[in-house]
Design a protein around this ligand. Structure first.
Ligand code: ADP
Ligand code: ASP
Ligand code: MG
Length: 401
């Protein structure tokens, strides 16, 4: 079997843990498998490097950021190879470039365009364990790029897809995908199986256990992911195609995203094209707008509200201040969060929206914004109710049963 294993930041968080990973990798190799390992930087390292850059600049060059941030993963890849050598195993560490990972030009948030697997295949054919520094590739100019936060998950899925691996195992500090973040609701239950679409919603709505782009790519390439813990031998959760029996389950999970901010624009001119203008400018600046609401027009002007990731709020504020002639005023609020209920069963059952609103109302939680899609309902609530909302909804849908 050809196995791709990805170990996240906490799994390689210190030297002992890198040693622990080496043992797990060795065990997989001894079973007769070909093994490719993708590693993250040691936990906290990417944040630390980012802070270093911000010491010198509020807005550091993204190109230089990529060289800086990619170094974290190189450290763990090489240390893991050295640890394996000491155990008598042949292993070779590679940067993203050496592993043949080509991306587009979007520094700090690049997309993988192709993987030339020749170098990895050659080392595998020679019987070596291949260790790839996650989260990085190169663009057509030969410059280092990184794949966005959590991007080592994407490296692992892309490599598994390109090599046609039999398994893509993603190791973290939880032993699978739970009905909600077990740190928020200790009664959360581990799922044996979850569909790509549900996982994609959970990830893009805030469950950082898997990077959403990695799930998107796994679906596209048909890569089955198994989420497991590097600290136990428990069975993990498989992420794959939707199965027929799944629509019987109304709600599979709940996601929480505290890194959202709300923008409220007052006195927006009520004429065709104004909303288009505003959102075109935001899109051009690559601001991720979500949850848009517009209320009824009063005396020729309306109120427009939307959410953006907190990290993009400052940039949004700058853009909005350039729109003075179209709006009367703007408010920005970081004290909100987004709570989402996800399940493929919603496609064929009604009443999830009302049950969600009722459960929150009974707990005295005011809903400030709502958005829905075929398999999810998201609400914006005051950040002080973040954890409570998750627990209330977890209980309402009896996800602990
Ligand atoms: P790594 O550093 O290994 O990539 P992450 O920290 O990115 O790991 O992801 C694991 C964390 O995801 C867990 O510690 C857990 O708190 C969080 N998490 C959020 N939602 C879920 C969920 N539904 N199931 C499991 N873990 C979740
Ligand atoms: N080190 C990067 C991050 O923290 C990538 C990863 O761990 O997946 O986002
Ligand atoms: Mg992660």
């Amino acid at each position: 079997m050809l196995v791709v294993q990805k170990y996240g930041g906490t799994s390689v968080g210190d030297l002992d843990r890198i040693g622990n990973v080496a043992k797990r990798v060795a065990k997989t190799k001894f079973k007769g498998n070909s093994v490719v390992v993708v590693v993250s930087a040691m936990s906290g390292e990417t944040n630390k490097l980012t802070e270093y850059a911000h010491h010198f600049s509020k807005n550091p060059s993204k190109r230089e950021m990529d060289i800086l941030l990619s170094s974290g993963e190189r450290v763990t890849a090489s240390l893991l190879a050295i640890a394996l050598h000491e155990m008598g195993l042949e292993a070779v560490a590679m940067t993203g470039r050496q592993a043949g990972i080509k991306t587009n030009d979007t520094h700090t948030f690049a997309r993988i365009e192709s993987i030339n697997t020749d170098a990895m295949s050659k080392e595998l054919d020679d019987g070596k364990i291949v260790i790839v520094a996650g989260f990085q590739g190169i663009n057509r100019h030969g410059r280092v790029t990184t794949l966005g936060r959590g991007g080592s998950d994407l490296s692992a899925v892309a490599i598994a897809g390109a090599l046609g691996a039999d398994a893509c195992e993603i190791y973290s500090d939880v032993d699978g995908i739970y009905t909600t973040d077990p740190r928020v609701e200790p009664r959360a239950k581990k799922l044996d199986y979850i569909s790509y679409d549900e996982m994609l919603e959970l990830s893009s709505l805030g469950a950082k256990v898997l990077q959403s782009r990695s799930v998107e790519l796994a679906k596209k390439m048909g890569v089955k992911i198994i989420a497991k813990s590097s600290f136990s031998d428990n069975e993990g959760t498989t992420i794959g195609e939707e199965r027929e029996d799944m629509e019987e389950v109304l709600v599979s999970g709940i996601a929480l995203d505290k890194n959202q901010a709300r923008v409220s624009l007052r006195g927006v001119s009520d004429r065709p094209g104004v909303a288009a203008d505003i959102f075109n400018i935001l899109a051009k600046e690559q601001i991720n707008v979500d949850m848009i609401i517009q209320n009824a027009s009063a005396e020729g002007s309306t109120m427009l509200g939307f959410t953006v990731p907190e990290s993009e709020l400052e940039h949004t504020q700058e853009i909005i201040s350039g729109l003075e002639h179209d709006i009367e005023g703007a408010e920005f609020d970081k004290g909100i969060c987004k709570v989402s209920v996800v399940g493929v069963g919603m496609k064929s059952h009604s009443g999830v929206a009302s049950a969600t609103f009722t459960a929150l109302a009974d707990a005295g939680i005011n809903i400030e914004m709502i958005s829905t899609s075929e398999i999810k309902i998201s609400v914006v609530v005051d950040e002080k109710f973040a954890e409570l909302s998750v627990r209330v909804l977890h209980e309402a849908y009896q996800l602990d049963k």
